[in-house]
Design a protein around this ligand. Structure first.
Ligand SMILES: *[C@@H]1O[C@H](CO)[C@@H](O)[C@H](O)[C@H]1NC(C)=O
Ligand SMILES: *[C@@H]1O[C@H](CO)[C@@H](O)[C@H](O)[C@H]1NC(C)=O
Ligand SMILES: *[C@@H]1O[C@H](CO)[C@@H](O)[C@H](O)[C@H]1NC(C)=O
Length: 390
């Protein structure tokens, strides 16, 4: 099975808060100006495979360092067995999202709904930057192109339900995407827009989960756009990237970050703005953009990281279209140089029945492509893929 790539972390929260909602601007989560937008509360029941943490839980940042050293060592991830058992669990989770449809409709394209799942380290604001939105706001760009977008805070981030970091795992995140996609098609979260097509759009961990969802439920979407993602073969040296990623992120317990997040020991965040830059950006840095990205960081669950690597995204029955894309110099997805990964990629084996399969590397960008130079060129490439293939 091909390895994937991936990411992690981030900032700010309240324990146990249920989803607030509804409004036109919603404080720190402003809506794009070119859409008809509303915040939605997403309630979905999922049956999932729960991994039970079996190691001592980290007590302080020295324990986090020990975890990073063990997992980050060559073959370390293979030697660490953090789980004592696996159970089947059923939970109803409450998430907060924003649904936007374009103010000016274009040829019925608003009936294609993009379901955007952010990666580790951010929440849904990754898709809807309020800093220089003309340059960095993916949702605004998608609305300009005529598409509707549902973007949401994944479980354990932003304004969505907080759970223990030991509960937020690849399995419940994947099942949630599948449930939300089905609900979008039935109109549950899209007001008067009757969705005829659904496209899963992910970044990083969100791409891993979107891939996992389509592998398990191949009929839920007509398209999958995997950003901050690369596929490579089992002998590619980039397979060590996951280990290195842990080092790059300089993870610290979320409760010890500046500012701190009131989370349990299952959550860590990027150590500081320099760790953020190392993991997500590529020089020359645009420092004000990096500072904005730093201001919207969120912590991520250590169990998500430990379970995401095992997600099987081989989807022999999926017949929709797939775009795999990231920055040319993505450190987390490709160990800092993506061209050879794409060149020797094994995408065809993962999506053998796909209608269209395309790859694209955005020049000069790192892992956090939405905050890279010429992000609008990146968005235009994604919109072109959708226009041609969905
Ligand atoms: C796997 O990837 C590596 C590096 O990208 C490449 O050198 C090698 O030829 C690839 N192997 C196969 C079987 O495609
Ligand atoms: C992943 O899924 C594919 C397709 O269902 C299957 O053939 C393969 O055996 C799975 N791989 C693992 C490691 O379970
Ligand atoms: C921005 O990216 C697009 C898509 O790759 C490309 O066509 C365009 O030339 C780029 N513009 C600049 C100024 O680099």
């Amino acid at each position: 099975m091909a390895l994937f790539l991936f990411v992690i972390f981030t900032v700010f929260l309240r324990p146990g808060s249920a989803a607030p909602s509804v409004g036109t601007t919603n404080g720190k989560y402003p809506h794009p100006s070119n859409g008809i937008c509303r915040d939605v509360t997403i309630n979905e029941e999922v049956t999932w495979t729960k991994a039970i943490w079996g190691l001592p839980k980290p007590k302080d940042n020295f324990d986090i360092v020990a975890l990073r050293i063990s997992e980050g060592a060559l073959d370390g991830a293979a030697e660490i067995h953090p789980f004592s058992k696996i159970e089947t669990a059923m939970n109803t989770y409450s998430l907060t999202g924003t649904f936007c449809t374009p103010s000016s409709k274009k040829d019925g394209k608003e009936k294609t709904v993009l379901l955007a799942s952010h990666g580790g380290g951010y929440d849904r604001r990754y898709w809807a930057s309020s800093y220089k939105p003309a340059e960095y706001n993916f949702v605004q760009h998608a609305l300009d192109s005529g598409y509707s977008v549902l973007y949401y805070d994944r479980l354990g981030t932003g304004q969505s339900q907080m759970v223990s970091g030991y509960e937020s795992q690849a399995s419940n995140q994947i099942e949630l995407i599948a449930k939300i996609a089905k609900s979008v098609r039935s109109g549950k979260y899209t007001a008067d827009v009757k969705a005829s097509k659904v496209v899963l759009v992910g970044h990083s961990l969100g791409s891993i989960y979107s891939s996992g969802a389509i592998a398990k439920y191949p009929d839920i979407a007509e398209g999958v756009v995997l950003t901050g993602a690369a596929i490579y073969n089992d002998t590619d040296p980039a397979r060590y990237t996951r280990a290195l990623a842990l080092i790059f992120q300089d993870a610290k317990l979320a409760s010890t970050l500046d500012p701190p997040f009131p989370r349990d020991s299952g959550y860590v965040g990027l150590g500081d703005i320099y760790a953020h830059a190392t993991a997500f950006f590529h020089q020359p840095f645009d420092v004000p953009t990096l500072e904005y990205a730093q201001s919207i960081l969120q912590p991520a669950s250590i169990v998500e990281q430990a379970t995401a690597g095992a997600v099987n995204f081989t989807a022999p029955l999926y017949k929709g279209s797939v775009l795999v894309t990231t920055g040319q110099w993505d450190m987390l997805a490709c160990g800092g140089n993506c061209a050879p990964r794409i060149q020797y990629g094994v995408q065809d084996k993962d999506w053998p029945a796909a209608k269209h399969l395309e790859t694209y590397l955005h020049p000069g960008a790192g892992h956090g492509v939405n905050f890279a130079h010429n992000a609008t060129g990146f968005y235009a490439t994604i919109m072109s893929f959708l226009d041609r293939n969905i």
